[in-house]
Structure formats: structure tokens, C-alpha cells
Design a protein around this ligand. Structure first.
Ligand SMILES: NC(=O)C1=CN([C@@H]2O[C@H](COP(=O)(O)OP(=O)(O)OC[C@H]3O[C@@H](n4cnc5c(N)ncnc54)[C@H](OP(=O)(O)O)[C@@H]3O)[C@@H](O)[C@H]2O)[C@@H](O)CC1
Ligand SMILES: Nc1ncnc2c1ncn2[C@@H]1O[C@H](COP(=O)(O)OP(=O)(O)O)[C@@H](O)[C@H]1O
Ligand SMILES: [K+]
Length: 520
């Protein structure tokens, strides 16, 4: 499913209208979507209340977002509910389709008030007595910090956060900036967001994502081709993509057919990281997993995971030595890919080794953690003879690019895409709202995951999953995006059992089986 900027969405609206589709019909479809989902919520949450007893309060602004709200209020009135409207502006000043929708709502005797005519206590009592608030104050047309009555309305409601009724946002919670998910001073916290035609970036990027609750995308009559044409190949990765992309498993396959993964990882004191990566690879369908590690720790790691084949490498002071390169080169001919980094440690030896690997190997490489930290010359990425997947967290990305962590997090999509395109790699920029970017400009924003995953070793698990998927013959970009999604789902399932507080990285691996079952 495409993820658009407000400008792209406006172009889709405009082209659809210019092709002869009346604007008021687009708005009617949007309003119908909102009304339909409002009813679903009301039926679920207030099973035993009659329609006429339910209090629905629409907060309506003067732009087209308000127009969607006005039309939805009228539709719900037609369906037997008793909605009330609170206008942030004088209703008589509405223009175009919004003015028409005001006339139609009036004709259907939808009750309305002007915010300016209500005393603060009256307004708050209306809010507190509502069963459902529908937020149609501001949509993608927001400019600058919140101002005027809209600001006052949102401030008043947010002060009463504890007693705030269920809230459904129309298109995007008012105050969230559609372009980038930043907050225009304040924003309304929604439990549900009904968004039109496609995701808007601000719904999936933080902090905006925290304000959206459950997001439902409704079709409003814009052709999929129009959306695709006006999008920039940024998509949301969801369960349906996971089901579609999961690698095939042939019935007459043997362990070699499901991918041979070599993991170059671990050092003295860092034996957990290679175990997490290799175990995650085994739990993600890989037929054979080898652990190439410092000879001093190989015996120790081998006893901990029976299914992994240990390959001891020449080492120095507990870390893999650059002199192990001939062993790695030789071994690389036996496997489908090499994943390097987890727990390797930092030293000039590791940097020299990574340089040799990038100069001389040819098989697909997955670089994480210390393998990323070891890259001193970015030119080697572009010159690498095989395919590359890099999985940096924002700290590693900052070390690679010199861009501050704050700037990376404020521009996750652009930073990930620019790096992938410039250096010809597939990139997973980790962290909340993980971005996966391909060298040709395609990108995914991940929709799974939870804050419990911010725990040591969780990145090592991801490396194992990506490796297994790539070894099962997926393209690098799709293997990376699917791995991020599965990792996030396993994290969510783990957190549901253990809580975000108690979650540890191995819980993510333990819940991979349930995630795989959900794809069948
Ligand atoms: N086009 C279509 O056919 C369709 C559009 N659709 C819907 O339209 C929405 C976009 O509508 P939009 O472009 O009219 O903008 P919208 O979000 O209502 O806000 C603009 C108003 O807000 C005001 N305002 C701005 N910033 C402000 C601030 N910081 N603080 C306070 N006020 C501020 C601004 O005021 P002004 O600057 O004029 O004083 C202006 O009046 C979109 O999200 C979707 O719901 C769907 O129905 C599908 C069909
Ligand atoms: N708040 C969060 N929401 C979703 N996923 C998260 C969050 N915090 C971290 N993660 C995920 O957890 C993993 C952490 O990886 P990383 O920082 O490399 O940890 P480590 O180096 O300890 O293994 C990444 O996949 C990241 O996207
Ligand atoms: K809104």
C-alpha cells in the first residue's frame, strides 16, 4: 500500500477531479468511509446502547477535512444516529463543497454549535459526555503551528486527557503534519484514524504515529493507477505484503535447497550475539547455518546451539584476525551468503578484514553492527562485486554518514533512500518506523514492532532473519523488508506475553514460529 505526502495526495485528488469525477463525490466517499467505520466502532464499544442514545460529537474545521466531517455527520443522521457538530469557525464562511455539505447537513437537521458561542465549561461538558468524538478539524492542509480556535479546542481537550472519550480522526489526527509526522505544537490523540485512499507519511512516522491509534485506509474512488503514478515508490509493509512475499518451500527440497548461511560473528565476551543471529536464521527457514567465529570461543558457542556448524577462525586477543581472510574466502564458495558483524568487536584487524571481504568476495553480504563500524571507505560499497544489505541503527548510520542521529531520525526516509541510491546497497535503517530502501529508489516503512524491542541483541536477531530469507532466494530488498516485518511481529507477540518491559531478544526468536504460522 502506497504512502503519500500531502502534495502527492492533493495531486491524486486534483487529477481525479479534472478527469470528470465531481469533488463532492470524492468527499461523499470519504465521508461514507468515516461513517461506516464510526458505526463499526460504536457497535463494538457500545453494544447495548441504542443508536439514538449514543452521543457523537463532530469537531469541524473550515477546510475539506471539515467537509468530510460534515458529510459524515449527515450520513450518520440518515442512519438513525444523533450527531452534533461543533464548528471551529463560522459555518456561514465555508466555501465550495464544504458550504454545500453544510447546507445538506442543515437540511437534515444535524444540530450544530459554534465553538466561540460556547462557554469553556459547556464545551468541555459536551466533549466529556460524548461516546465518540470525530475529529475533522484539520487534515493534510495544515500549515505552521496550530492557531485560533482549533488550537484552543485541541488544548482544552488535551488538558482533559484522562476523561477524553474515544476519538476517531478523519484522514489524520488534527495537529499531526502529514508530510513528516511532526506535531504542530499540539495534536489530538486519536484511537482510530480513517485515512483516505492511501497512507500519509505522517501517520507512520513518529511522533505522529503515536497519535493515530488504529489506522484504516478507505477507498474514495481514486484509481489505483493515479495513486501509483503520483507516488514515489514508498510503501507500507503490512501482513498482506508478508503473505505475498514469503519464500516458497518445495516439498522435495533438502537442506541445501533452503539456503546455506554463513554468519561471521562473535568475539571473547560477545558470544550471545552470534547465537542469536544463527538461531534466528534457523527459525526463519534456513537449511544450513554455519558460524564462523574466533577459534578461542568456537568450542563455547558450538555447545550452546546444536544445529549450528561452528567454523573456527584464526584469532588475536579474542577477536577474529585479518589473517583469517583466506579461510573466509575459501568457505564463501560453499555458502549462499555471508552475514557479518554481530559481536565481532572493534579493532584495526576487523577493519582490515572487512576491507578484504569487500574487495574480494562476490557472494551476497549482509553487514550489521561491528561490520558496519569497521567500514572506513564507503567507496568499497559501490565497488563490491556482489549484492549488499546493510542494517545500521541510527548510531551506526550516523558513524557511516557523519549525519547526526537527530537529523537521521527526523528524515528517516530521505536518509535511508539517499544512502541506498548513492552507494548501490540495500539498507535497513533500524529503529521505530524502520525504513528499508533499495538502490533503485523503492522503499518500505515497516508497520510492525514495539518499544520492547529496544533491547540488547534484538538487532542480531534481525540479521539472522534477513540472512535466512536472502538465502532462500528472495531479492535483497524484499528479504530485508520482509525480515523487518517478521521481526517486528515476533516482537509484538512476545511483548503481548511478557510486556514491553520484560521482553528480551531471545523472546523474539521464540515467537518466530507463531509469525510464520500466521503467513500460511
Ligand atoms: N480535495 C478533495 O477533494 C478531498 C479532500 N479530502 C479531505 O481534505 C483534507 C484536506 O483539505 P484542505 O486542503 O482543505 O485542508 P484542511 O486539512 O481541511 O485544512 C485547511 C484549513 O485549515 C486551516 N489551517 C491550516 N493550518 C492551520 C493551523 N496550523 N492552525 C489552524 N488552522 C489551520 C486553514 O485555514 P486558513 O489558512 O485558510 O486560515 C484551512 O481553512 C484532507 O485531509 C481530507 O480530509 C478528502 O475529502 C478527499 C477529497
Ligand atoms: N521503539 C521501537 N519500536 C520498534 N522497533 C524497535 C524499537 N526500538 C528498537 N527496535 C528494533 O530493535 C532492533 C534493535 O537493533 P539494534 O539497535 O541493532 O540492537 P542490538 O545492537 O542490541 O542488537 C532493531 O531492529 C530496531 O528496529
Ligand atoms: K482530522
Amino acid at each position: 500500500m502506497e504512502v503519500l505526502t500531502p502534495q502527492m495526495m492533493a495531486k491524486c485528488d486534483r487529477e481525479t477531479i479534472d478527469s470528470g469525477y465531481p469533488e463532492i463525490l470524492l468527499m461523499e466517499a470519504a465521508a461514507y468511509g468515516v461513517a461506516r467505520i464510526a458505526v463499526e466502532i460504536l457497535k463494538k464499544e457500545f453494544e447495548f446502547k441504542a443508536k439514538a442514545e449514543l452521543k457523537l460529537t463532530f469537531l469541524v474545521g473550515k477546510g475539506n477535512n471539515g467537509g468530510d466531517g460534515l458529510a459524515a455527520a449527515r450520513i450518520l443522521k440518515n442512519w438513525g444516529y444523533q450527531p452534533e457538530i461543533i464548528f471551529s469557525t463560522e459555518a456561514e464562511k465555508l466555501k465550495g463543497v464544504n458550504s454545500k455539505n453544510y447546507e445538506l447537513a442543515s437540511l437534515n437537521q444535524v444540530k450544530y454549535y459554534h465553538f466561540s458561542d460556547l462557554k469553556e465549561a459547556q464545551f468541555l461538558s459536551k466533549i466529556e459526555n460524548s461516546d465518540l468524538i470525530i475529529d475533522a478539524l484539520l487534515g493534510t492542509g495544515i500549515k505552521g503551528e496550530l492557531r485560533g480556535n482549533i488550537k484552543n479546542i485541541i488544548n482544552l481537550i488535551n488538558q482533559k486527557r484522562q476523561s477524553k472519550p474515544l476519538t476517531l480522526a478523519v484522514d489524520i489526527p488534527s495537529g499531526v503534519i502529514g508530510e513528516n509526522g511532526r506535531i504542530a505544537g499540539e495534536a489530538l490523540n486519536a484511537d482510530y484514524t480513517v485515512t483516505m485512499a492511501a497512507y500519509k507519511r505522517g501517520l507512520l512516522l513518529y511522533p505522529g504515529r503515536d497519535y493515530c491509534g488504529q489506522i484504516k485506509v478507505v477507498s474514495i474512488g481514486i484509481q489505483p493507477e493515479t495513486i501509483e503514478k503520483n507516488s514515489d515508490s514508498l510503501k507500507a509493509f503490512k501482513q498482506q505484503e508478508a503473505v505475498r512475499l514469503k519464500p516458497d518451500r518445495i516439498n522435495n527440497g533438502h537442506k541445501g535447497s533452503f539456503g546455506k548461511v554463513a554468519v561471521l560473528a562473535g568475539s571473547r565476551g560477545m558470544t550471545g550475539a552470534p547465537l542469536l543471529s544463527t538461531k534466528a536464521a534457523l527459525r526463519s527457514g534456513s537449511g544450513l547455518v554455519y558460524l564462523l567465529t574466533a577459534e578461542e570461543i568456537e568450542a563455547q558457542t558450538s555447545v550452546q546451539l546444536e544445529e549450528v556448524v561452528g567454523i573456527p577462525l584464526v584469532s588475536k586477543k579474542g577477536m577474529v584476525s585479518a589473517n583469517s581472510f583466506p579461510q573466509i574466502l575459501q568457505f564463501s564458495k560453499k555458502v549462499d551468503l555471508l552475514a557479518a558483524g554481530p559481536g565481532l568487536g572493534r579493532s584495526s584487524e576487523i577493519s582490515d578484514l572487512m576491507e578484504k571481504i569487500l574487495k574480494e568476495l562476490e557472494l551476497p553480504l549482509i553487514l550489521d553492527a561491528d561490520a558496519i563500524n569497521a567500514i572506513k571507505n564507503l567507496e568499497l560499497l559501490k565497488k563490491y562485486k556482489g549484492e549488499l544489505i546493510l542494517t545500521p541503527h541510527p548510531g551506526e548510520m550516523s558513524a557511516l554518514t557523519g549525519i547526526s542521529i537527530e537529523e537521521i531520525n527526523n528524515n528517516r526516509i530521505e536518509v535511508a533512500r539517499d544512502f541506498a541510491e548513492e552507494h548501490g546497497v540495500n539498507l535497513i535503517l533500524k529503529g521505530a518506523a524502520t525504513i528499508t530502501a533499495a538502490p533503485d529508489g523503492r522503499a518500505y516503512i515497516n508497520t510492525s514492532g514495539c518499544n520492547g524491542m529496544a533491547t540488547a541483541g534484538s538487532g542480531d536477531v534481525l540479521t539472522g532473519i534477513v540472512s535466512a530469507l536472502k538465502a532462500q532466494k528472495m531479492s535483497c530488498f524484499e528479504a530485508a523488508a520482509l525480515a523487518v516485518y517478521l521481526h517486528g511481529r515476533a516482537g509484538e507477540i512476545a511483548a503481548a506475553k511478557t510486556s514491553n518491559y520484560a521482553l528480551i531478544a531471545s523472546d523474539i526468536i521464540d515467537n518466530l514460529p507463531q509469525v510464520w504460522q500466521s503467513l500460511e
